[in-house]
Design a protein around this ligand. Structure first.
Ligand code: SF4
Ligand code: FES
Length: 263
């Protein structure tokens, strides 16, 4: 049994971009990443893609599979090779990629994540993504690891848990319509990370981080369409975190206004 991979290629200074079709022998349990390896090893050593852990932990292998962003190492070929109409609904809105609306059965479409500059083939430039991440400074400062400072109640742990699962794969940003039209938007991953720390009882710099996200390119820029929450492979709910930070900021503003009125 064979499967065909239609793979996006670019970055060689030739034509803008092209699609190459590779026929690969399918095996039981084959993942999209497995298919890309088979192509690289047996047919075209110049194919460029990123990976590291191969176990859905590092987030490096995020690509667009049949126009839906996902982890190549976690996506089973048998689940995505059935052909038919290519749905773009889950990535919401037009992509800066050639129009492909239908795939024949037995074929898998693999493209780079949208919303990021393509470096070569399936490799995208994620430096902006990590710049946004660093802007929200999502880490404990000195002193947070003093004895006793690391203790959390089970309730507090539950609050933080869904957000702590983020593997920084960038899939949420690829699906986010705001991030695609404005790369300066902090993006769902950085905002989810900000909430992960703001909602952590041990974190002392909540005010500092709230000031960073309180902007039209921060929590107020979100369209609240839940695309990020839908596509996240680790079930992180960025939109819920963004909404929670908005509520916190509104509460603060109301308190300030009322306090000012009383004074
Ligand atoms: S929130 Fe989910 S989709 Fe976004 S970077 Fe983290 S793990 Fe990936
Ligand atoms: S290779 Fe690490 S998440 Fe896929």
């Amino acid at each position: 049994l064979t499967v065909r991979f239609r793979v996006f290629r670019s970055g060689r200074g030739e034509e803008e971009c092209r699609y190459d079709v590779f026929e690969v022998e399918e095996w039981e349990g084959m993942t999209v990443l497995g298919g890309l390896f088979a192509i690289k090893e047996e047919q075209d050593g110049s194919l460029a893609f990123r990976y590291s852990c191969r176990g859905a932990v590092c987030g490096s292998c995020a690509v667009l599979i049949n126009r839906v962003p996902g982890l190549a190492c976690r996506t089973q070929v048998r689940d995505v090779k059935n052909g038919g109409r290519v749905l773009e609904l889950r990535v919401h809105g037009p992509l800066a990629l050639p129009e492909i609306t239908w795939l024949p059965p037995g074929e898998v479409l693999v493209e780079p994540l949208p919303g990021f500059k393509v470096v070569r083939d399936l490799v995208v430039d994620i430096r902006g993504f990590f710049r946004s991440y660093r802007r929200v400074t999502p880490w404990f400062r000195d002193g947070a690891s003093e004895p006793g400072a690391g203790r959390m109640s089970p309730e507090d742990r539950e609050k933080v848990r869904p957000y702590a699962n983020c593997i920084l794969c960038g899939i949420c940003c690829a699906a986010c319509p705001v991030h695609r039209r404005d790369p300066g938007f902090l993006g769902p991953a950085a905002l989810a990370k900000a909430w992960r720390f703001i909602s952590d009882a041990r974190f002392r710099e909540k005010e500092e981080v709230l000031r960073v996200v309180d902007s039209p390119r921060g929590v107020w820029g979100c369209d609240t369409v839940y695309m990020c929450t839908q596509v996240c492979p680790k079930e992180v709910p960025p939109t819920q975190g963004i909404t929670a930070m908005r509520r916190l900021l509104l509460k603060e503003a109301v308190k300030k206004a009322l306090g000012g009125g009383e004074g």
